[in-house]
Write a protein that binds this ligand. Sequence first.
Ligand SMILES: [Zn+2]
Length: 262
Amino acid sequence: MATQGRRRGGADEEDLKEQVAMCCRVLYSEGLMRNVGHLTLRIPGTDRFFLGFNRYTYGDTQAKDIITFDLSARKVAGPEVLLPYETFIYTEVLKARPDVNSVLHVHMPVTLAFGIAGREILPLYLHDSEVLRFGVTTVDNPLLASTVDRGQAIARALREASACHMRGHGQVIVGETAEQATNRAMQLEDGAKINLMALQLNPHPKTLTGTEMEEFVYENRRTPETSAIEPYSAIRKRIPGVALGQVGYLARELAAKQKARS
Ligand SMILES: [Zn+2]
């Protein structure tokens, strides 16, 4: 039985690595993660997590490129590469937020501009509003999160929110899954772009209410088939060409696995 469990665990971990790699490729194709920033995913039931990496370009990230760390920021497995300096973002947020399994650090330019300007990204567009439900706070420290203290400051700033700014540096975005964190990154950058345009047309646009946002999130999740593949479908709508096939494939695979388990 133990062997069977290890086999099953091993196979699942390979699936998770592929999900992280796929999301890195999506973020790259969207122009949201060039060769700086990382996507991480907690390995269920362990004190370890995967970190997406590719020494050349995130557009080519594969499962074999993924590095495994433990929650003390020690590398456990993975290719021999120069390790990231900001691993404490991931260790400290994963420790502080049991509801979160995936932590993403990116440097998205339009969102970054709002953080630098100290301007709130208003909830204006329904489909990009989910990430804004708990606001986007700011960590008033632009330096690399290369210490435990700096990682903990980010976790404190996030509170129960889905995203925060690192002033003059980038963003930290979290999700229950790597796909959700990826989707929220796209929502946030799109939301910032829409704000930039709408505020030029009207400095006081009508914002969505909290009730409207909650109702949208509820309606979006209550259909069983959309709740299973919603993050994939949201990504699928946005990316062209080859990446669309990859995401569609994984969405079908995930749905088939969930059906087989039920
Ligand atoms: Zn950074």
